[in-house]
Design a protein around this ligand. Structure first.
Ligand code: DON
Length: 579
């Protein structure tokens, strides 16, 4: 056991026993290793965890000035659109899961939609083969953006501060500039030639002169983006979906062969949906329903392993890992078959999470041998590209929690910058099943439930989640990572509730991933020790160790003494700021 006892601002390692507030943890027992020994950030009143320190600071300042978690989330969201253009966005979409201070659970869907001129075969050639890259790069790859509508809706329903106040910090960051981190500078440099190819002169902010590169510490100013944000500040949703920004966006589409029209923008709506809220032991798992697969999949994954003594076996031990892989195999097969936009297809949400269904699904599990994904369904090969989504978690002093995952899909989305408006458009159309059985950029395959239809939302893996313990706020979590989002959230959650880790340890712990097809388990380097690895290999598992890391988590844990632990992923530049 180790004693964690802390006051605001102290690091666990600086704390002596008897130092005021404290909480006991059991030393996690297991066979895995940690990516780093980064420590969590502790604070008493409020916490914001996000992909960029400047954005987390913006959110925390809003909390300090009396704003609630919804206010802080909105302000952080717009700040991320400026300081983290990889994934923070005006031209993308996402989901918010909220637990208000009274315990009411809400789920907001601001996922992009297929344009009205979109159709099932829009990425196929005459021989019905997929035209390589068309759903990923350039103007045709974008869905109708939902982020601005989502933030307006979140603020109208739950916000307490003025809209103007929440937009101001982002406008200032765009207008006066922000110092580039090495990650942000490197990201833009890496995609320089693609930006130039897709946009020509429009990439002015994102591309330096031919022989120049962005450097860490350099001040990065985005004047057009500041103007776009001002229009949103002054006119709300109309400041984006109508008027100057809408004109610029539609003109950009027309110039580059895209199909998003004024009608698409004017008819876009963010939708409140019934949050997934299901029990796992003493915990309530609150997460996103379709069009994300995240909530359903997470509950299925947890319930499939619920009867087993994971804690006794230890994290990343052979037994625990085997069970989780087999659960993942079955759940991702269900995802491909059943899940899609509930406004267009019938999804058996309740049935998929029910114990009798899951018991039947588990009948083929064999302890001594790996299952074969081909016996569950057909095969496919993945394609991996560096990609970007971003998650933010907020808790305020009244116990309101907001968990938002938002995305452009790939890094900088379609790489199209709306000329004059200064933001990137998403390439979310690739999340549809562009042809039955053909994998998307995350190797995920789909079927009818996720085929393109005008106005339909593409299936997602984003899993913004909130957990209650004994009906009280316990944890807020989420991450980017495409198809690996669900399994990263799954492991992080189990690392705390089954394996006794602190929030930060759970984030630091190395992770693994299986998604039914391809029939392989991807592991972060050293995620499993040699003994566990040997047991799994002997049972017939194919295991591939990767240099690529899994997840950029941003999480908050409420300790029993009320102390908040912000845990941001050491794999990225993610930072928690509390007060
Ligand atoms: O909605 C989804 O599932 C994907 N568009 C998420 C993409 C993503 O997480 C990329 N980031 N690493």
């Amino acid at each position: 056991m180790f004693l964690l006892s802390c006051k605001t601002g102290q690091k666990p390692s600086q704390i002596k026993s008897g130092d005021g507030l404290f909480q006991l943890f059991e030393e996690p027992v297991g066979r895995g290793t940690f990516y780093s020994d980064k420590e969590g950030v502790f604070a008493e009143k409020g916490m914001v965890a996000s992909a960029h320190v400047a954005a987390s600071k913006v959110g925390t300042e809003i909390l300090k000035s009396g704003g609630n978690a919804a206010d802080a989330a909105v302000a952080t969201f717009f700040a991320l659109a400026v300081v983290h253009p990889f994934a923070g966005n005006l031209g993308g979409g996402g989901f918010a899961v909220i637990r208000d201070s009274e315990g009411q659970k809400l789920a907001l869907d601001f996922r992009e939609k297929a344009p009205l001129k979109g159709h099932k075969d829009m990425y196929l050639d005459e021989s019905r083969d997929v035209i390589k890259g068309l759903s990923r790069l350039g103007h045709l790859a974008s869905g109708v953006p939902g982020s601005v509508a989502g933030m307006v809706e979140l603020h109208e329903k739950l916000g307490s501060k003025s809209w103007k106040q929440l937009l101001t910090p982002a406008i200032e960051l765009a207008e006066n500039g922000v110092k580039l981190t090495s990650g942000q500078a490197g990201g833009m440099n890496r995609y320089k030639s693609t930006f130039q190819k897709i946009n020509g002169a429009a990439t002015v902010y994102y591309v330096k002169g031919d022989s120049l590169e962005f450097a860490e510490g350099e001040v990065f100013i985005q004047k057009d983006l500041a103007e776009s944000l001002r229009r949103i500040r002054d006119s709300g949703a109309k400041g984006f979906y109508e008027g100057e920004t809408a004109n610029l966006l539609v003109a950009e589409m027309e110039k580059g062969g895209g199909i998003i029209s004024h009608e698409d923008l004017e008819t876009y709506d963010a939708v409140w949906r019934d949050a997934i809220a299901k029990k796992y032991k003493d915990y309530n798992i609150i997460s996103m329903p379709p069009p994300s697969s995240g909530g359903v999949a997470l509950v299925q994954l947890l319930r499939l392993v619920e009867p087993y003594p994971l804690k006794e076996w230890g994290w990343n031990s052979a037994n625990t890992t085997q069970l989780m892989i087999e659960a993942e195999r079955r759940v991702y097969a269900d995802r491909a078959k059943w899940l899609g936009d509930v406004d267009f297809v019938k999804v058996p949400i309740t049935e998929l999470m029910s114990y009798p269904y899951l018991e039947e699904r588990w009948a083929s599990f064999k302890e001594n041998k790996a299952s074969d994904s081909r016996e569950i369904s057909g095969g496919a090969v993945p394609f991996y590209e560096s990609d970007e989504t971003t998650h933010l978690s907020v808790v305020d002093k009244e116990g309101m929690a907001v968990s938002i995952t938002t995305t452009l899909n790939g890094a900088f989305g379609s790489k199209v910058v709306v000329d004059g408006a200064g933001f990137f458009m998403n390439n979310e159309m690739d999340d549809f099943s562009v042809k039955a059985g053909v994998p998307n950029m995350f190797g995920l395959i789909g079927n009818k439930a996720n085929e393109i239809q005008p106005g339909k939302r593409m299936l997602s893996s984003m899993t913004p989640t909130i957990v209650e313990k004994d009906d009280k706020l316990f944890m807020v979590l989420g991450t980017p990572g495409g198809s690996t989002i669900i399994t990263s959230v799954y492991q992080t959650l189990l690392n705390v509730i089954e394996h006794g880790m602190t929030m930060q340890q759970a984030v630091n712990a190395r992770k693994f991933h299986h998604q039914w097809l391809p029939d392989k388990t991807f592991i972060e380097k050293d995620a499993l020790d040699l003994e566990a690895l040997q047991v799994l290999l002997n049972k017939g598992y194919t295991i591939e160790s990767q240099t690529r890391t899994l997840g950029w988590m941003d999480c908050i844990l409420v300790h029993p003494n009320g102390m908040l632990e912000g845990a941001s992923d050491p794999r990225g530049e993610n930072t928690s700021v509390g007060y």
